[in-house]
Design a protein around this ligand. Structure first.
Ligand code: ADP
Length: 806
C-alpha cells in the first residue's frame, strides 16, 4: 500500500490512495525493491501506460524529502507543461515545482528555489552551457522516454546531457524511463543503474491483423468484422468499435497513417461513420468546439479540421497549431471526438488512450532510403500501446490491416511476434559531435583532446561500441573544423595539446547554434563589407557601442538561454513576451546598408543546418532559379553555379524558405502562404520561430566578430522584428502592443491609428470600429498601450474609418 511507503513527504502516500492507487503495480513494486525511493539509480523499461510516472515521482519525492533537488527531462515541450501540472499536486505537501521555458535570467534565479524542475533535454543542455548554478545542486534526474537516444537528431543531446549531469554530480541518482526495447540492459549498464524490465500492463492488450472478414489476434482469438465489397476496411473497424456498446457511447479509435495529407483525408472520410452516431448533445458540443477552431485561425487546415470535428472525427499532426492539437486531444479524452487520424507523432508522449488502435499504414516514405520503408517494431508497439482506456475498457485492441494473406503473414512476423529493436547511440555522427564537442570544451568539461575522449567515454556510444577508434576519428575531424573556423584554439605545449574555446566559440555554444550554422552566418555577414570593397573594414571596433544604444529593451541576445525551436518545440512561444515597447527603441534608425535586405538575411539563416528545409516540388526549380537571378544582388555570399547541381538545388530550397519568410514579413495571409508553399499553419509558425531565433543569434555574432559594420547589425535586428510580428516596417510599433497582432495592426493603421502613442489618444469609436466592434479586445489593447481610461462602456463603433481597409 502506498501509505506504508517510507521516505516520502508526509501525506503523499495517503494522497496517492485517495487518487485510486490502492496498491503499486508490479513494475512499481519492483522499482521500490530496487531502491528507487532510497536514491538508487534505475532503468524502468515497461510498456506505455503502466505507471512509469509514479516510479519517477517516488524517486523525486523521496529525493526532495532527503533535502535534495530533482530534474525531470521530457522529450517534447508540450509534455513539459503537462508534467509540471501533474507534479504540482504535490505542492500542498510542501514540494515546489517549476518548468524551464523562459529566459535565463528568470530561470536561473527562480528555478534555484524549486524542488522539482521539468525541462526538455535541449533546454537542460542549454542551461548547462550557460552555467545555471542550480545544476550543481541536483540529486536526482529522471529521463522520460530514454529510448529516444536512438533518434539521430535529438538523441545525442540527451546522451551528452545525461553524461554531463552525471559528471558534475558524482553519485547523482539517475532514473531512466523507457518503452520496452531490445537492450534495456545496455542502457542500465551505461547509467550504472538497476534494471526493471516488464511486459506487465494494467489492461490487457490484444494485437491482431484484420484481413477479409475478421481480426485474428496473437492470442489465437478472433473477432468477426466482415467488410462488404467496396467498403473501406478502416471505416468498418472504426464503426465496429463504436457499435460495441459501453455505457451507450461506444468505443473510440485512433487511426495511425503515414503522412499529414493521409491523416486529413482519413479524418474526412471517417466523418461518415462518426457523424451518424452522435447524440444531439454531442452534436451541440462539437459544433461549439468547431467554432472555436474556426475563430482561432482562418487557414484551410483549421477549416478542414473544424468541418471534421463537427461530425466527431479529427486529424492530428505536427502541422496543426498547438492550441488545436490540445483541443483535439482533450475532446478525445472527453469521448466527444470518436476517432482521431494521426501521424506517428501522437504515439510518443501525450496521453490519449483509445478503445481500438488501427495501424493503417506500416510503411512510410523515407527520402534517404529512396522509397517506402517499414516502420520500426518499437514505433508500431508504441502506437499499439495507446489501446485500452483504464477503467473504461475490458481490454485494448490494436489492429494492423492486410489486403492479402501474404501481408497478413508478414505483419505477424514483422510486428506481432517480434521484439522491439535495440536502441543504438547516434553520437558518432559529425553534425552531432560538432555541436557537443564545442559545448564540452566551452563549458570546461574537457581541455585536452584526451580529456575530451575521456568525457565521451561516459556516453552510451562508448558503452555500446566495439570500435573505439571511430569516435576518436570523428572527434579529430570535428576538432579540425572547429579550429579552422576559429571556434577553438589548439595550443601545443610539450607533448599535450590544450583546447580552449575562443570568444566566438563561447558565444556560439551559448547561442545553441550548430557551429556550421555560425560559420555560414559569420561568412555571409562579413561578405557585406567585402562586397562593398572593404570600405567599412575595421568598423568592428565601433559596432558594440553603436548597438548598445539601440538595444535597451532588455532582450539582448547573449543573456538568454537559447534552445533551437522546432522538433523539441522550444520555440520562443507566445510571440508577445518582451514585445511591449520594443519597437520604439529603434525609431529613427533605418537600415541604410546597401544590399542588406530582409530577403538576403532570411536566405542566410535559411541555408544553415539549423533551419529545417522545405523541399522543391516539380516546377519549383524553374521558379526559384528565375527568382535567384532576379534578386541576385540581395544574397549574402556567393551563389553556387548552376552546374554544382546538388549545392545549387539546396540553395534554391533555402530560397523557397526565405521567400516564405519574406511573405510572412510582408503581411501575406496565412492561408495564402500555406497554399503557396504546400505547408500547414503549424509549419509557418515553426519556420518563423526558428528564423527569429537564428536572426537573434546572427545579431549577436554580427556584433561580436570583426569585419561586420553597424548598419548590418541594425538591418539584422529589423529583419528579425518583422519576422517576429509578421508585419511591414510601419506596423512594428503597433504590432508590439500586446493583443494587437499583424491583422489588427493593419486595420488600426488603415483607420489612421499608426502608433502606440496614437492608441492612447485616438477616438475610441474609431478604435472599436477598426477592431470590428470587439469591446473586450479593444479595452485590453488600450490598456496595454498605456491608456488611462480604456473602458469601452457606451462607445459605438465607427466602422467607416476601417471600411477602406477591408
Ligand atoms: P506511463 O508513464 O507508463 O505511460 P502513466 O504513468 O501515465 O503511464 O500511468 C497511466 C495511468 O495509470 C495514470 O492515469 C496513472 O494515474 C495510473 N496509475 C499509475 N499507477 C497506478 C497504480 N498503482 N494504481 C492505479 N492507477 C495507477
Amino acid at each position: 500500500q502506498p501509505s506504508s511507503l517510507s521516505g516520502l513527504p508526509a501525506g503523499v502516500g495517503e494522497a496517492l490512495e485517495a487518487e485510486g492507487v490502492a496498491e503499486l503495480y508490479p513494475p512499481q513494486s519492483a522499482a521500490v525493491e530496487a531502491g528507487v525511493a532510497d536514491g538508487e539509480s534505475l532503468v524502468a523499461a515497461v510498456p506505455t501506460a503502466s505507471g512509469k510516472t509514479l516510479i519517477a515521482e517516488l524517486a523525486m519525492l523521496s529525493a526532495v524529502e532527503r533535502g535534495g533537488k530533482a530534474l525531470y527531462i521530457v522529450p517534447l515541450r508540450a509534455l513539459a507543461s503537462e508534467k509540471k501540472t501533474e507534479f504540482e499536486r504535490w505542492e500542498e505537501f510542501g514540494v515546489t515545482v517549476g518548468v524551464s521555458t523562459g529566459n535565463y535570467e528568470s530561470d536561473g534565479e527562480w528555478l534555484a528555489t524549486r524542488d522539482i524542475i521539468v525541462a526538455t533535454s535541449e533546454k537542460v543542455d542549454s542551461l548547462i552551457r550557460n552555467g545555471a548554478p542550480w545544476i550543481d545542486d541536483l540529486t536526482c534526474v529522471v529521463s522520460d522516454e530514454v529510448h529516444l537516444v536512438d533518434d539521430p537528431n535529438r538523441g545525442p543531446t540527451l546522451e551528452v546531457t545525461l553524461a554531463k549531469l552525471r559528471k558534475v554530480n558524482p553519485g547523482l541518482q539517475t532514473v531512466a524511463l523507457s518503452a520496452t526495447v531490445g537492450n534495456a540492459d545496455v542502457i542500465a549498464e551505461w547509467l550504472d543503474a538497476e534494471l526493471v524490465e516488464s511486459d506487465w500492463r494494467p489492461i490487457d492488450l490484444r494485437m491482431g491483423v484484420h484481413f477479409g472478414n475478421a481480426v485474428d489476434f496473437v492470442d489465437g482469438s478472433k473477432r468477426e468484422v466482415p467488410v462488404e465489397r467496396g467498403e473501406d476496411q478502416t471505416a468498418r473497424l472504426v464503426a465496429d468499435a463504436l457499435d460495441t456498446e459501453e455505457d451507450g457511447r461506444g468505443g473510440s479509435s485512433l487511426v495511425f497513417v503515414n503522412s499529414r495529407r493521409n491523416a486529413e483525408s482519413s479524418a474526412r472520410k471517417l466523418t461518415d461513420v462518426t457523424g451518424s452516431r452522435l447524440s444531439d448533445d454531442e452534436r451541440d458540443q462539437l459544433r461549439e468546439l468547431a467554432d472555436e477552431i474556426r475563430s482561432g485561425s482562418d487557414t484551410d487546415t483549421a477549416a478542414d479540421l473544424a468541418d471534421a470535428v463537427e461530425r466527431g472525427s479529427a486529424f492530428h499532426h505536427a502541422g496543426l497549431r498547438s492550441e488545436d492539437r490540445a483541443r483535439v486531444e482533450d475532446a478525445f479524452r472527453d469521448r466527444l471526438i470518436k476517432c482521431i487520424s494521426a501521424t506517428p507523432t501522437l504515439a510518443a508522449g501525450v496521453n490519449t488512450p483509445a478503445r481500438r488502435v488501427i495501424v493503417r499504414d506500416w510503411r512510410r516514405y523515407d527520402g534517404e532510403f529512396g522509397g517506402m520503408k517499414p516502420l520500426d517494431v518499437l514505433e508500431v508497439h508504441q502506437m499499439c500501446g495507446r489501446a485500452g482506456r483504464p477503467g473504461l475498457d475490458p481490454y485494448g485492441e490494436a489492429v494492423l490491416l492486410a489486403n492479402d494473406a501474404d501481408t497478413k503473414e508478414e505483419l505477424f512476423e514483422r510486428y506481432l511476434w517480434a521484439d522491439p529493436e535495440p536502441v543504438r547511440s547516434k553520437l558518432a555522427a559529425e553534425p552531432a559531435l560538432r555541436t557537443h564537442v564545442l559545448a564540452t570544451v566551452a563549458s570546461g568539461f574537457a581541455s585536452t583532446r584526451e580529456g575530451l575522449l575521456a568525457f565521451l567515454d561516459n556516453t552510451l556510444y562508448a558503452t555500446q561500441t566495439d570500435d573505439e577508434g571511430r569516435l576518436a576519428a570523428v572527434n579529430d575531424t570535428v576538432l579540425d573544423y572547429l579550429a579552422v573556423n576559429d571556434f577553438v584554439d589548439r595550443d601545443r605545449d610539450g607533448g599535450t595539446e590544450s583546447l580552449t574555446a575562443t570568444g566566438i566559440g563561447h558565444t556560439v555554444s551559448r547561442l545553441y547554434l550548430d557551429p556550421m550554422s555560425a560559420a555560414e552566418m559569420i561568412d555571409g555577414l562579413r561578405s557585406v563589407a567585402r562586397d562593398a570593397g572593404g570600405a567599412t573594414a575595421g568598423a568592428g571596433g565601433e559596432t558594440g557601442e553603436f548597438v548598445r544604444t539601440g538595444d535597451a529593451d532588455g532582450d539582448e541576445p547573449g543573456f538568454g538561454t537559447y534552445t533551437r525551436p522546432g522538433e523539441g518545440g522550444e520555440a520562443g512561444g507566445d510571440g508577445e513576451s518582451g514585445g511591449d515597447g520594443e519597437a520604439n527603441e529603434t525609431g529613427g534608425e533605418r537600415s541604410e546598408a546597401p544590399g542588406v535586405t530582409p530577403l538576403g538575411l532570411y536566405h542566410l539563416v535559411s541555408r544553415t543546418p539549423d533551419m529545417y528545409e522545405l523541399y522543391l516540388k516539380s516546377g519549383d526549380r524553374e521558379e526559384y532559379t528565375e527568382l535567384c537571378y532576379e534578386r541576385e544582388g540581395e544574397f549574402l555570399g556567393a551563389v553556387p553555379s548552376e552546374y554544382e547541381d546538388v549545392r545549387f538545388e539546396d540553395w534554391l530550397a533555402s530560397l523557397k524558405t526565405a521567400r516564405l519568410l519574406e511573405d510572412w514579413a510582408n503581411e501575406v495571409d496565412e492561408d495564402r502562404i500555406t497554399e503557396r508553399y504546400g505547408v500547414g499553419p503549424g509549419d509557418i509558425r515553426g519556420k518563423v520561430d526558428t528564423a527569429e531565433w537564428l536572426l537573434r543569434a546572427a545579431e549577436t555574432l554580427a556584433r561580436d566578430v570583426e569585419g561586420v559594420d553597424g548598419d548590418t547589425v541594425v538591418a539584422v535586428r529589423e529583419a528579425r522584428k518583422r519576422i517576429e510580428y509578421g508585419v511591414r516596417e510601419e506596423l512594428l510599433d503597433l504590432a508590439g502592443v500586446r493583443n494587437v497582432g499583424r491583422k489588427r495592426a493593419r486595420r488600426l493603421f488603415e483607420a489612421g491609428i499608426e502608433t502606440r502613442a496614437d492608441l492612447r489618444e485616438a477616438d475610441k469609436a474609431v478604435v472599436l470600429g477598426a477592431l470590428r466592434g470587439r469591446e473586450r479586445t479593444a479595452e485590453r489593447i488600450l490598456e496595454h498601450a498605456g491608456r488611462e481610461d480604456p473602458s469601452m462602456d457606451g462607445v459605438r463603433p465607427d466602422r467607416s474609418a476601417s471600411a477602406a481597409a477591408t
